[in-house]
Write a protein that binds this ligand. Sequence first.
Ligand SMILES: Cc1cc2nc3c(=O)[nH]c(=O)nc-3n(C[C@H](O)[C@H](O)[C@H](O)COP(=O)(O)O)c2cc1C
Length: 243
Amino acid sequence: MIHCFSGMGNSAAVANRLELKLPPNYPAEIWVFPVYSWGIPPVVVKHIEQLDLSGLVCHMVCTCGDDTGNIDRQWRSLIESRGGEAGSIFSVRMPNTYVCLPFMDVDSKEVAERKLREAAEKVDRIAEIIKSGEIVVDIKRGAFPGFKSGVIYPQFFRHGMKARKFHFTSACRACGKCISLCPNHNITAGQDGRPQWGDNCAFCLRCYHVCTAHAVAYGSQTKKKSQYLHPDFQWLIKKFENL
Ligand SMILES: Cc1cc2nc3c(=O)[nH]c(=O)nc-3n(C[C@H](O)[C@H](O)[C@H](O)COP(=O)(O)O)c2cc1C
């Protein structure tokens, strides 16, 4: 069973390829999701906290723009707290989607295409390892993993990301795309049909990246930033309805 959470389709693409490479109904529990601030997205944590995983080996495949920090430690303690056993843990580098800090933007077309090519090869290797039954930890921790996962991650959602910082600009055409595609159903239409953000934000940034008028903004940070969607976003997101 593959459980997937995905904002712009990167993790859904990995989930899809894994599904194709594993035999039908392969008996493995695999979670696929993006790395958020060197940790597991809160929406995935909440989902797993509601499960009884007794007797299950739980594999994790995360996608990241660059690196994961010590996400494996968080995975281990989360899975064990639900009675499960942490299995193999992998990261796959994919095009970056985080644009809410001054020095961060999406990747160039060339870098994004290269990452997608290399990711496909890595997912094929991951499928082989899972089939072999071997337990492997293969993640790109990056520099200062303890600081990133232990200090920045817990602060990021408490003080860093704030749903109230999302707003629309004068370019908004009230098309409703951000509203209908929000994975948490956290965006509603105001009287003029334009979006209003609630408090149940997954911080996936899908509302920002799907807006064809580039009218969704996060504070002033996204003013000169670009957008990214996985090339197969449309059907991948329908296939892997979030968690
Ligand atoms: C809120 C947020 C935080 C992120 N934090 C990290 C990070 O700590 N390290 C990293 O390499 N990529 C980070 N990224 C990039 C995503 O993990 C990466 O682009 C991922 O493949 C997106 O997958 P998706 O399309 O399935 O959502 C972050 C993205 C978002 C939206």
